[in-house]
Every structure is written in structure tokens, then in C-alpha cells.
Design a protein around this ligand. Sequence first.
Ligand SMILES: Cc1cc2nc3c(=O)[nH]c(=O)nc-3n(C[C@H](O)[C@H](O)[C@H](O)COP(=O)(O)OP(=O)(O)OC[C@H]3O[C@@H](n4cnc5c(N)ncnc54)[C@H](O)[C@@H]3O)c2cc1C
Length: 525
Amino acid sequence: MTPTAGPYAGTARLDATRRALELQALGDAPRIDLLVIGGGVTGAGVALDAASRGLRTVLVEARDLAFGTSRWSSKLVHGGLRYLASGRIKVARESAVERGVLMTRTAPHLIRALPQLVPLLPDLLRPGQAALIRTGFHAGDALRLGAGTPGVLLPRVRRIDAERTRRLVPAVRTAGLRGALVAHDGQLVDDARLVVALARTAAQYGASVLTRVRAEEVTGASARLVDALTGQEITVRAGAVVNATGVWAGEVDASIRLRPSRGTHLLVDAGLLGHPTAALTVPVPGSTSRFVFALPQQLGRVAIGLTDEDAPGPIPDEPQPSEAEVSFLLDTVNTALATALTRSDVRGAHAGLRPLIDTGDGSTADISREHAVLESPSGVVTVVGGKLTTYRRMAEDAVDAAVRLRGLPARTCWTARLPLVGAPGHRDSRPSPAGARTGGEVPASLLARHGGTAHEVLAAGESAPIAEGLDVTRAEVAYAVSHEGALDAVDVLDRRTRIGLVAADAERARKAVEEIVAETVAQRR
Ligand SMILES: Cc1cc2nc3c(=O)[nH]c(=O)nc-3n(C[C@H](O)[C@H](O)[C@H](O)COP(=O)(O)OP(=O)(O)OC[C@H]3O[C@@H](n4cnc5c(N)ncnc54)[C@H](O)[C@@H]3O)c2cc1C
């Protein structure tokens, strides 16, 4: 029996029963083609790449899908502009191409075009800086054109007047405002939702996706898998093992030495900035190349980021922002606002770690933008670095390496043409959720998070909000358990929805989420 035989074969449904069945099947037949360790965007992408090439694939994630860095990003689908500035043409092109693939074929339902606006305030920009930014924006536009991404999807660079600037970002300082430069990039409704869509699509193509399972004693051809829920252990034999554990890569393969850097975001209520519909880009005083962004997000928040702080030492489960980072972000964004934000306006703060390679001589090599595929002496293939935007290319490179090194029987990669669950063209997607049982009215926020599977979500529960003022429906909570592999209320609060980003919101929703999780689990037994 293959791990995905039975009632789940060919479905994108992940739940506790499937997990138990597949663990049992793996224990009975522990010989597979590819073991993927890590359920972030990279590991989920590798599992989809391998399974869709016909390899018998198992992904193990020690905690939950998107538990690591993949949920702490800025949620941008970058076109590569920032890499051009540092002369990294190849990575800039790769980013622009992958952004186009995501926005046109694989996950357009999760991504929208986000205007990014640099206000023309004379005391904010250094002499010549506006011209430099304009040149950069046009170079970014050339990348978009080169990647074949149409202008209707990502409009061209333009200059807007002060009135239009105020309409897009009402809180911007108006004294001396001469308008703004605007360029467009992609923005994910949520990074963790991309990971879940990848993992579910991988499962549909036959991969076993096993959360709460840690890989230990990993070699190039085997690993001991430990089920955190039961303590059961399985030793699997694999044609190849791919280590996609991000900043934890060195714990799985001792030949990898990383030294992370921390990036922090703050969350404030969107109302404080007048509900902006564009990202505000603010130059860091004294620098020509560093910026702080205020990015409109789902659930009525604006995220303000980003820092870059050396973070040596043991890797924490959830990195914590420092007070100095919070002050730096507030001070910088305030230089462009009419009314300054204060510490008490901060509703939440979170941080993620970028993996930098420790060269051992006190310096680091930056692979946080460009990815690396490394084969260790034990034969483990590690894929590390890169970014959310380029996960597909990273996955292709890692599986290509595993296939080449181990002679695995795989077809060529075709993920650039493979729509993820919820995307138009995916076999479970419906073009319009009209006729859903709420009478045709589907909350826009639900549609933005689920795309063409909105009808399935609404069939899982009620369309009422989970708590007053939170635009997450009760149906989404039930669906997270019945289809998206959430095993408990914390998975739902912190990763399937992002209610947990603001602790006060999580407290308001927790009881209702716990009840729906318990009911849904009981129904599925
Ligand atoms: C602050 C910040 C902002 C960013 N913003 C952007 C952005 O806007 N756009 C963009 O494109 N990129 C962005 N990036 C980059 C992007 O977030 C990362 O490149 C990406 O999320 C890394 O994913 P990953 O799957 O490699 O690692 P992770 O997401 O960390 O996944 C690794 C997983 O491995 C699991 N694991 C660890 N050890 C084991 C084990 N022994 N057994 C089983 N599982 C294990 C962990 O639990 C974890 O879930 C940002 C990065 C940072 C830090």
C-alpha cells in the first residue's frame, strides 16, 4: 500500500485521520524515494515538486506547517528590484520570473498587486535620492517586462500628485508633500496560506505530509522519525533525503553552519494610518539603500518592518523582537507621518530569522536572498536560503540535485504550470463561489484566503465571524481542521488564520476556536 492509498487518494484533504493512516502505512512499508524534512515554504515546495514528478515522497515537519520563518515574512512577492541595486542580476531575474509564475499561474488567488509609494518630501529624501529611486523603479519595470508579466497585473511606474498620495496613504505628512513615486509588487494575503496550499497540493499528488513528526539521526539514505503525539518511531529508508529546515538546517546536518539574522515587524491598527491601500516606503535616515515599509495587511492591520540584526546562539522556536528594533521602526516610519505612532499603538510584534552561512572566520556569507543546494559528506541534500518568492525554483534545484546524485526515477519538473489548490485551473477550484449556501454572498476576506475553494470552506461551517470585529468565519476554523491539517486550536490561531499575531485578538477568539476544533475533530472520528 502506498501512503496515500484509500479514501484520501487524489485529494488535497489533510486531517488527523489521514495523518494516522499514512504514518501506519509508512511503518508497514518504510522504503520511499524522497524524504523531505521541514514543512516551511521550501519543504512544501520540494514535496510538491517531487510528488508531481512521480516520486514516492514523504514530508515530515516537527511542529506544524509554516511553523518557522515562512510565517514571519513581509508577505511580498518580490520582483527582484533590490537585488539589481547590489548587482545580483541573476537573482533579480529569477525573482521577477517566479513572481510572474506565482501571480499568473500557480497562486494568483493568494496574491494581489500592491502599490508601493515613496512620498516626495524634501526633508525625507537626500539630494539626488528621488532620481535614484525613480531609476531603480524603472529598472524593476524592465525586469517585469523581461519576465513577461503583463502591465495589467503589475502597473507601470508612475509619479502621482499630493492629493492622490493622500488618498492612498491618508496618514502621510502633508507639509511640503510634492506627490509620490509609485511602483507595484506582489503581496500575499498571508505567507502561511501559501505553505498550506503547497502542502495540500503535494498531498493531492501523492505525498504524505506528516506534521508533529521530527526527523532525527538523518543520513543521506535514512532517518529516524519520531511522532510527537504518540512517541512512535519509524526508521525510513529513502533514495534521497532533502533537508529543508531553514535556520535549523545545522541541527539536522552538522556539516552546515548557520548564523542567523533577525528581521522584525510591528503591527498597528490600519485605522491609525487612515486605512492605507498602498505600502508607504520610508528611507532610513542616513542611508541611501535601506527603507522601512508600512504594509497594509489582512485583518485590519498595517505591518511596519524590517530590521536586520545579528542573532547568534541557539535557534529559538519563536524569535522575539528587541525593544531597540521596535524603537528603530517607529522612529523611522514616523519621519513620514503627520501624527507620530507611539509604543502604545503597537498591537503586536514578531520576528523571523534569515539563514546566513557562518564562514567560521567571524564573517557570514549572505544566502538569505540567493539560495544554496549543498550535498553534505553524509549525502544529505540541503536547500537553504532564498525567499518565499523563489521557493519553486529552489524546490526544482533541490529535486534535480537529488535525482542526479541518486539516480531517482523522476520526470522533469513541471511545477511552473501546476496551479495550487484554490488557484484558477486547479481541479477542485470553482470559478465563482456564487450559489454557496450563504445565498451567494461570500465574504471578500474569505475569498482572498481561499480562492476557488471558497465553496468548500463555506460547506464546512457557518459564515458568521469567529469573534466580533474579526473577519475570519467560523467555517474557516472548521475547514482548517477538516481539510488543512490543523491538529489543534493553536495551529488554527497562529498558522491557518493569523488571528494570533495580535495576542488580544487571540484571546477574544480562543474559546470559540477551541469549541469548533473539538466539534470538528469529534465529527471526523
Ligand atoms: C523577517 C523576514 C522577512 C521576509 N520577507 C520576505 C518577503 O517579503 N518575501 C519573500 O519572498 N521572502 C521573504 N523572506 C524570506 C522567506 O521568509 C524565507 O526564505 C522562507 O520562509 C524560508 O522558508 P524555509 O521553508 O526554508 O524555512 P522555514 O519556514 O523556517 O521552515 C523550516 C521548517 O523545518 C522544521 N524543522 C526543523 N527541524 C526539523 C526536524 N528535525 N524535523 C522536522 N522538521 C523540522 C521547522 O519546524 C520549520 O517549520 C523573509 C525572511 C525574513 C526572516
